[in-house]
Design a protein around this ligand. Structure first.
Ligand code: S3P
Length: 188
């Protein structure tokens, strides 16, 4: 497989644990870990929330695209955790699929809710605080997931990770990839 598909690229909704799983993969394979959100923040000197609030989502998406293209094109095989909306862009998804194994990490909406409900760093999960907040947020998550599911499923494969620790999830990802690409693990 040589130069192709050298990275592992984690795809999936906010709060599914892409970064945690990614860090385990990176430690296991002794490869660099890259988080595209963190890189956007580093490059712009602003938090994701500040970017959404002051420059708007479209500006953030452009920066996110630039950063993704840069890391997908890196020669060093890396573990890349993408923001939950990054690979909604079909061209970028195709670029991701060419440069790495794209893994869709899937969790149930309830699990996602528990992970994101008390963290205010994700502007797309802001909802009007009326009625039962958790119920409203759950519905919002379900709707977003419905809209995004088709694109997420264009990843190379899906791992359903409810009830599975990050370490075990990472192990399962490596098992899948070694079935699909016998040389992947030994490539440097
Ligand atoms: C987003 C996901 C976030 C971040 C931004 C938008 C999305 O990343 O990129 O808030 O559109 O799903 P995480 O998936 O790492 O939370």
């Amino acid at each position: 497989m040589g130069e192709q598909r050298k990275h592992i690229i984690l795809n999936g909704f906010m709060g599914v644990g892409k970064s945690r799983v990614g860090r385990h993969l990176a430690a296991t394979l002794n490869r660099p870990f890259v988080d595209t959100d963190a890189l956007v923040e580093q490059r712009t000197g602003s938090t994701i929330r500040e970017l959404f609030d002051t420059r708007g989502e479209a500006f953030f998406r452009e920066r996110e695209r630039d950063v993704c293209r840069e890391v997908f094109g890196e020669q060093t095989p890396s573990i890349i955790s993408t923001g939950g909306g990054a690979l909604m862009h079909p061209v970028l998804l195709e670029e991701a699929r060419r440069s790495g194994w794209v893994v869709f990490l899937q969790s149930a909406p309830q699990t996602i809710l528990q992970r994101v409900k008390s963290n205010r760093k994700r502007p797309l999960l802001d909802i009007e605080p009326q009625g039962d907040y958790e119920q409203a947020l759950l519905r919002h998550i379900e709707n977003m997931l419905k809209e995004r599911q088709t694109m997420y499923l264009k990843s190379h494969f899906t791992i359903q990770r409810d009830g599975m620790e990050a370490e075990e999830t990472a192990r399962m990802i490596l098992e899948y990839i070694s079935l699909l690409d016998k040389e992947f693990i030994t490539q440097s």
